[in-house]
Unconditional design. Structure first.
Length: 241
């Protein structure tokens, strides 16, 4: 999952989007997405978008996207993930793996520069199995449920990821719930909002991230923005556009 930048003693934490969820499945509240474009009328529910195959294709191909950072910090960030490659083992089964990297340079937070990495694991069809990153480890309790086709207004739960300190899974740290909502964009595209909510073991909401990606009827998926907002004792808010 994509990992939000935090100031001071906070850290960059990989959450699925992406996901593909992780960061959710792509990198995965409140605001931060593209506004519907002027000109053509927004896509209607009659336009179908192949979400499942689009996410799988992105998992296999990888991506790199530069952003400006606003909110608690200002600066720049690059979210990237390598193409998924065979040869990994995840929870005892053969898997594809891809390395995700978040590089940040900010002017009013500490540290001013940082690089965070995680490894995301997929099955042979590009369906995410989980991730590992330093002292964080996530595994889906069941394979993510991504619909083959969606339209503007479609919404649903993708899955739940159990979170631990490492792959032994002896120390749980909470869970991550991934969902999606398809928003209007133009007459030929829509915005898929992949939403991740992270909870601690006591069920307190710690973090919400919205990763918005533009999707075409042909299945091209392009990351547009990321909105990361913390809850409880940390109230930092980061917008990547």
């Amino acid at each position: 999952m994509a990992e939000p930048l935090q100031s001071g003693s906070m850290k960059i934490v990989n959450c699925l989007i992406s996901t593909i969820a992780s960061c959710s499945l792509l990198a995965c509240g409140g605001g931060g997405g593209d506004n519907p474009q002027a000109g053509p009328s927004p896509a209607t529910v009659t336009v179908a978008f192949p979400l499942k195959s689009a996410l799988s294709a992105l998992a296999i191909s990888g991506y790199s996207r530069s952003f400006s950072v606003s909110g608690t910090c200002t600066g720049t960030a690059i979210f990237a993930r390598s193409p998924a490659s065979p040869g990994a083992i995840f929870q005892g089964v053969a898997a594809l793996s891809a390395v995700g990297t978040v590089t940040t340079n900010v002017t009013n937070c500490s540290p001013a520069s940082s690089v965070a990495r995680n490894t995301v694991y997929f099955d042979s069809n590009g369906v995410q199995l989980g991730f590992s990153s330093g002292n964080r480890f996530g595994v889906f309790t069941a394979p993510p449920s991504v619909p083959d086709s969606v339209a503007v207004g479609s919404t649903g739960l993708i899955g739940t990821e159990s979170l631990y300190t490492d792959s032994t899974k002896t120390m749980p740290t909470g869970r991550s719930e991934l969902s999606y909502f398809v928003e209007p964009d133009t007459d030929a595209t829509a915005i898929v909002n992949l939403i991740e909510k992270v909870y601690d073991p006591s069920n307190a909401l710690l973090f919400t991230e919205q990763q918005r990606a533009r999707i075409t009827p042909g299945g091209t998926l392009t990351l547009v923005s990321i909105d990361s907002q913390f809850s409880t004792t940390a109230t930092s808010h980061f917008i990547y556009q």
